[in-house]
Every structure is written in structure tokens, then in C-alpha cells.
Write a protein that binds this ligand. Sequence first.
Ligand SMILES: *[C@@H]1O[C@H](CO)[C@@H](O)[C@H](O)[C@H]1NC(C)=O
Ligand SMILES: *[C@@H]1O[C@H](CO)[C@@H](O)[C@H](O)[C@H]1NC(C)=O
Ligand SMILES: *[C@@H]1O[C@H](CO)[C@@H](O)[C@H](O)[C@H]1NC(C)=O
Ligand SMILES: *[C@@H]1O[C@H](CO)[C@@H](O)[C@H](O)[C@H]1NC(C)=O
Ligand SMILES: *[C@@H]1O[C@H](CO)[C@@H](O)[C@H](O)[C@H]1NC(C)=O
Ligand SMILES: *[C@@H]1O[C@H](CO)[C@@H](O)[C@H](O)[C@H]1NC(C)=O
Ligand SMILES: *[C@@H]1O[C@H](CO)[C@@H](O)[C@H](O)[C@H]1NC(C)=O
Length: 508
Amino acid sequence: MKWIFHFLCLSFSLSVADGKVKTHKPPKIKEEDDVLVLTDSNFARALQENKYLLVKFYVALSGPSQTVKEEFSVAAGKLKKELQEIKFGQVEITQEKDLGKEFKIKEFPTIKLFVNGDRENPTDCKGVRTASSFITWLNRRIGPSAVYINTTDHYDSFVQSDNVTVVGFFKEKGNKKEYFFDAAKDIPEFAFGLVTNEDVFSHAGKTANIVTVYKKDKTASYVIKEDEFESKLDLVRLIRTYIMDLVTEYNLETQVTIFDVPTDSHILLFASKTSESFTTVYENFESAALEFRGKLVFILVDTNETRNGRIFEYFRITEVDTPAVRIMNLTTDMKYRMPADEVSFKNVRSFCQNYLDGKAKPKRESEEICKDWEKKPVKRLVGKNFNTVAYNKTSNTFVMFYAPWSKECKKLFPVWEELGRRYQNHTNVIIAKIDCTANDIQLMVLERYPYFRFFPAGSDTQAIRYTGERTLEAFTEYLEDNLKQEENQSSRETPDENKNGKEAKDEL
Ligand SMILES: *[C@@H]1O[C@H](CO)[C@@H](O)[C@H](O)[C@H]1NC(C)=O
Ligand SMILES: *[C@@H]1O[C@H](CO)[C@@H](O)[C@H](O)[C@H]1NC(C)=O
Ligand SMILES: *[C@@H]1O[C@H](CO)[C@@H](O)[C@H](O)[C@H]1NC(C)=O
Ligand SMILES: *[C@@H]1O[C@H](CO)[C@@H](O)[C@H](O)[C@H]1NC(C)=O
Ligand SMILES: *[C@@H]1O[C@H](CO)[C@@H](O)[C@H](O)[C@H]1NC(C)=O
Ligand SMILES: *[C@@H]1O[C@H](CO)[C@@H](O)[C@H](O)[C@H]1NC(C)=O
Ligand SMILES: *[C@@H]1O[C@H](CO)[C@@H](O)[C@H](O)[C@H]1NC(C)=O
């Protein structure tokens, strides 16, 4: 899961389909900006009619879908003239639910290439966002993915041709050459060249099979030895790592590209660039990066950049905490806190090593339970008692999740307090709140604070998202409705309760 995916909030513009549909028979599939508008009913036909069909599964109103839309259309328009065997298509999955299900679409947009009408085995087109990358990506699927560099002159000009170039040196017998070709397909933003020629080998000073990443601005080159990778994915990870700086600062541009590195682990340094200790702290972090590069992606988050606020909330970083170091396992969404305050090379290094050795413990934090938490109209929950109270079969628990510093939350406290007073005498109803910046709870949501969940009695797994208005009347009405339903249900058994509960917990 991408920890940043949910923060992307980009503006969108609506584009209107032009109605220039010619009335040939059979009627052509409708196009919108050079992209076929695919539906459940015409999808099979589109596959049949097009040797290469690049399909974008999207949600019209999602920000990330909107940003890709234009680039996708530009690429479609260009290739329409050059390569007629390639077609672009799009599926709006809130309308074409069956197609969304068939291709297991979970993120938007998701792009897949269908070749020769094969509906079963499309190729994922990941991390490609610009029109030129779409074109390169497709060209590398259809033709050779790397250019041959057969002469020393070509070599010299090739490595100067772009800011980043990747050259594979493989003598014919090199058995990992295929990984190189495959990696080139997955990294369409950069030029890939292949050297097999002895003259060029010795001109470049190479003897063994290796992959080199050249960076013009750094006049640096990074060498990946053949024994460092055992698969295409290993090689992609290493190449992508060397293309990036040792430490990547998180910002609008990199918030997307850092996820292009196929790795499950990010390490983040939270520090203010304007603080006195910054240089030292950064250097220590960078030294560790040098050692663990390729295993973890090293990211700096400037805490003196207000636009980063969402990330601090997500990692529960407050100014008091900084500088702070956290590791995130993207597969499990587990966060790990460096078990030390000082960001020294030694501390970062042993944190990384312990994590990679599987010895680091994910941090589940909780505030202390307040003494008389049960007596107040609004019960104050903490990590330690959250599960017993919320996921409790005997009580209907309605919880407000808040951040203490959030204005919107502060505004709603009096309303919530009033709701608490209304239900103070109901033995089966608990109105509660929890500071989710200070307590780790199983329920993983990345909504803007405050957010609300209802945990019905009769189930110890279910959490229902509240999406209504944030007024006393609306909260009360919602609660009453649920209490009535619960009364009705308590006379019956609810066999699919576990299923619901699981969905609720996994909702992100
Ligand atoms: C370069 O070398 C490769 C492999 O030997 C060969 O297939 C290719 O045709 C050559 N290209 C040129 C332009 O000479
Ligand atoms: C190459 O790098 C320079 C300096 O970092 C930058 O200004 C330029 O836009 C880059 N060129 C390309 C093609 O990315
Ligand atoms: C942020 O930077 C400005 C100047 O660049 C400085 O005045 C301010 O104190 C900094 N704030 C924090 C929280 O470091
Ligand atoms: C991250 O979590 C996954 C799933 O549990 C695990 O397989 C992987 O080894 C973890 N990564 C690291 C570097 O520990
Ligand atoms: C449910 O809450 C009651 C008190 O309201 C408590 O006594 C009981 O232990 C809780 N049940 C579980 C399973 O924790
Ligand atoms: C709850 O009960 C107390 C005493 O039992 C009473 O004073 C209070 O008015 C009741 N509150 C409500 C909202 O019914
Ligand atoms: C409760 O059940 C009765 C009969 O099964 C039904 O008429 C009524 O509408 C139900 N009420 C709610 C709130 O679901």
C-alpha cells in the first residue's frame, strides 16, 4: 500500500467527448480524445480488432486518474498516426463494474496491455505517467527494449545523450542479458543501451558482465555486478535506486516517483531543514543510506514545509519529536520507530540492520488509560482499551477519531460532548473519542480528521463508517436507526457478520 497514494488530491477538469462518430457499419467503437470508450459489451470486440490494446481502468473523478488522462490521450494521438496496430482504450470502472472485478482493479488508474486479443494475460503498465514514457514503454514491448551500441563513437554519444543513461555490458554468453532487456521494458523514462562488442567493452574499461547507470549532472556512474541480481525485479530495483539520489527529499514531484522503486521498505527522516542540527543529522542519515542503498529507500521529509502536514499526522510525528526516523513496510503497512532519540550514524545503521534481520518490533503505542474514563459522558479511549470497548459484543460504541491540534476537531468537541450526555444513561451505548495521533489502533484509515465509526453490539469485528452530516441531530438519528436495527437483529442470528467485519477492517 502506498502511504502517500491517499494524500494525492489533484484538481481535475472535465473533457467533453467530441461526437464525430462516423456511421459505417459495423459502427466503430466510440472514441474520446483518441481513446476507445470501452464497456462490458464492446470489450471483447476491441480485443479482437486490435493487436495491441493499452487499456486504462479509471475512476472519472479521482485525482490521479485525471492527471494521467491527458498524457494518455496525447500518446494515443501520436501513436495513432505512427503505429496503427496499437490502440488505446479506457474503462470507467464505477460504470463498468464487471470489468473492474474481472481484472481485479484496486488502484486508479491501472493500465494494462492486451496483446493478440489475449484477455487472460495482460501486462501491467506501472509507474508510467508521461506521454513520451507511454510511447517508449509500448515501443519496448513491441520492438527491442535496448539499442545496440556497436561502436565506440556511438557509446560516447549515447552516454552523453541524456541526464541518465543505462548501459548493459554483456558478452554474448552472459546469461543475465534477458533480465536487462526485461528491466528496460519496465523503466521507459530512460535510455537503455547494450554493449556486446569487445572494442566498446575495452573502450569503456569494462571486463565483466555488468550494468552501469550513468548520471550526467553528477558525472557519476554506478556499477551493478552480475551477481547482485537474480531476477528482473532485483535489477529494476537497483537501477531505480541508483537513478535516484542517495536520499530523496519528499515533495510534489518525488511523492510519486519514490514508489517506482520496487521495494517494500521506506525509511524516512523527519527533520527541519532550518534547524541547527540539520546538517549533522542529514549526514548521518546519508551515511547509512550509502550502506543500505538498494535495500531501503531513504527519504527526507522537511518538517518546516507545511505541505507535509499530512505525512506527520500519518506517522504521528509532532514537532517535539523531530528529528525522527521511521521505517515503513509497504506490504504490511507496519510502521517502525527508531528505538533511540539521537539520529546518529550508529543508531540509524543498527535500526536498518535490525529491521532487515526481522528483529525490529513494529511500534504499537498507547497513551495511559485515564483514571475515570468511564465516568465522563464521552469516554476517552486509548490504544490499550480501544479493542475491548469498541469491538465489544455488548455495547454499541460510536467513536470520534481526532487530532488534538485540528481545528475541525475542536469545533466538533462540544457537539460530541452533547451527544455523550444524551446517551449517558443508555447502558448499551458508549459515546467515545480517541486521539489517533497518539494511539496506534488496528483500524487503519487515512481520512482527514475527524472521522467517525460505529461499532455495533452483537459483533466484535464490525466497524461501520459514518458518512452523514456532522450535527447533533444527524448523529442522533444515525444512532437511533442503528439501535433499532440492532434490536431487530438480536432476535436473529447474523451468519455473515464475520465477513462484514473483515471488510470493515480491511477497508483501506
Ligand atoms: C550491432 O550488433 C548486434 C549484435 O551483434 C547486431 O545484431 C546488430 O545488427 C548490430 N547493429 C548495427 C547497427 O550494426
Ligand atoms: C537534465 O538535468 C538538468 C539539470 O538538472 C535539467 O535542467 C534538465 O531539464 C534535464 N533534462 C532532461 C531531459 O531531463
Ligand atoms: C522554518 O523556516 C523559517 C525560515 O526559513 C524559520 O524562520 C522558521 O523558524 C522555521 N520553522 C521551523 C519550525 O523550523
Ligand atoms: C515486509 O513485510 C512482508 C510481509 O510480512 C515481509 O515478507 C517482508 O520481509 C517485510 N520486509 C522486510 C524488509 O522486513
Ligand atoms: C465488553 O465490555 C464490558 C464492559 O462494558 C466488559 O466487562 C467486557 O469485558 C467487554 N468484553 C470483552 C470481550 O472485552
Ligand atoms: C441520567 O440519569 C441521571 C441520574 O440517574 C439524571 O440526573 C439525568 O438527568 C439523566 N440524564 C438524561 C439525559 O436522561
Ligand atoms: C424490524 O423488523 C420488522 C419485522 O421483521 C420490520 O417490519 C421492521 O421494519 C424492522 N425495523 C427495522 C428498523 O429494520
